[in-house]
Each structure stands twice: as structure tokens, then as C-alpha cells.
Design a protein. Structure first.
Length: 231
């Protein structure tokens, strides 16, 4: 049985109960919040391992909940939305969501996405050879793999687990051209249901947080290459 805790944030009671029932069958410990305020309160007290977050909530927007949780807990968030426009999905990713699912959905897809997220987190904790080093220093950054922390010129930078893994993937494949599809497969850990714009949004966030605009270069119609100067 799994020890992972999942917080389902959904104001539609039948949907929330269906998701909770199925996730409990998978061995997860599940809590339900029907409002954004309750979601933030429960997340801060229970510290879930993942949040399944509906966009449309009766009090505050799921986007605002996503931003608050991202700032306070750095917890993986899968946003569920009836909005199917690319621009809306981009807003969710920019708010800090790791993934999104569009309503109406198949519960099996939700379970698959959640399992893939946990596999990615477990993979991050496996500590590949490069992450066995005490610290990595490059481009003014200091990365401590044992604690998954990053500092820029001595000041801590808050990265989500997904952002951290993306940074490490770029570092481990520095000076190598990487397609968006390859990045999705390696970092997200599954054949992505959406589109490769997901990679672009997370790269933008990583560039902004770490000041790597020049180092993470875009390769037209292909993907990215990480030009890094090691200290």
C-alpha cells in the first residue's frame, strides 16, 4: 500500500467522492476540500504529497490556490479544468501547476497522471551519479543534491520538485540538443497527454527564477540546449 497523501480540491461532491474512492482503492490517503480556503488550510496542516486541484471553486480561484500552495509548500499540483483553450492551460502552468487534466476526464487517466507524478518524484530521489556530488557549481548557482536546494550568488532560490528535476536534466545533458519530446519523457516520465508547450512554460519559469536566459537556449523547431560554464 502507498503512503502518499493526496488532497482532492473539488466543489462538485459526486466528482470529489468518486476520485477519493478510486484513489483510496489505489492505496492513497485522501482528503477532500470543497473550497479554496479549506484547501489551503488542509494543505498547510496535513502537508499532502500531491494536490488534485479544480480550477473553478466557489470562493477563490484554483489559480490563486495554486499560487499560494506553490509559494508555501512546493507541492506537486495537477490542475483539473473544464477550460480547454491553450491559453487557459498555460495560465495554470504559469501559476505553478505541474500538470493539467481537462474535464470531462476518465478517472483512469487521473490515476495514471498521479502515478506518473509520484514515479517522477521517486526518480528524483534515486540520486543518479552526478547527484552524488556534495555540491554542483555553475553560472553563479550552487546546487546541493542531498537536500535538493539551489542558491544563486549565495541566496536560496525556491524551485518546485519538477523545476529542480528539469534543471538537473539540463545539467546532466549540458551542451546537448534536447527535443521537447525527449524532455517530456525524461522529466515528466510518461507520454504526455497534452502538448509540448508544457516544456516551454516550465523553461520560462526556470530561466526567470535562476537568470538562465542565455544559458538555456532555444533551438528553433527542436527544443533546447543548456550551455553551462562550470566553476
Amino acid at each position: 500500500m502507498s503512503n502518499y497523501k493526496i488532497l482532492v480540491v473539488e466543489d462538485d461532491t459526486p466528482i470529489a467522492e468518486l476520485l477519493a474512492y478510486r484513489l483510496k482503492k489505489e492505496g492513497y490517503d485522501v482528503g477532500i476540500a470543497g473550497t479554496g480556503a479549506k484547501a489551503v488550510q488542509m494543505a498547510m496542516s496535513a502537508h499532502p504529497d500531491l494536490v488534485l486541484l479544480d480550477w473553478q471553486l466557489p470562493d477563490i480561484s484554483g489559480l490563486e490556490v495554486c499560487r499560494q500552495l506553490n509559494d508555501r509548500l512546493q507541492v506537486p499540483i495537477i490542475m483539473v479544468t473544464a477550460r480547454n483553450m491553450v491559453e487557459d492551460k498555460v495560465l495554470g502552468l504559469e501559476a505553478g501547476a505541474d500538470d493539467y487534466i481537462t474535464k470531462p476526464f476518465d478517472v483512469r487517466e487521473v490515476v495514471a497522471r498521479i502515478k506518473a507524478t509520484f514515479r517522477r518524484l521517486e526518480k528524483t530521489g534515486e540520486a543518479p551519479p552526478v547527484r552524488n556530488e556534495l555540491q554542483l557549481r555553475f553560472n553563479g548557482l550552487t546546487v546541493t543534491p542531498s537536500t535538493m536546494t539551489v542558491e544563486k550568488h549565495g541566496r536560496p532560490v525556491d524551485l518546485t520538485p519538477l523545476e529542480y528535476q528539469l534543471l538537473m536534466y539540463f545539467y546532466e545533458n549540458r551542451n546537448v540538443a534536447l527535443s521537447r519530446e525527449k524532455i517530456l519523457g525524461a522529466v515528466w516520465g510518461y507520454d504526455y497527454f497534452g502538448n509540448t508547450r508544457t516544456v516551454d512554460i516550465h523553461v520560462l519559469r526556470l530561466r526567470k527564477k535562476l537568470g538562465l536566459d542565455k544559458e538555456i537556449r532555444t533551438i528553433f523547431k527542436i527544443g533546447y540546449i543548456f550551455d553551462v560554464a562550470e566553476a
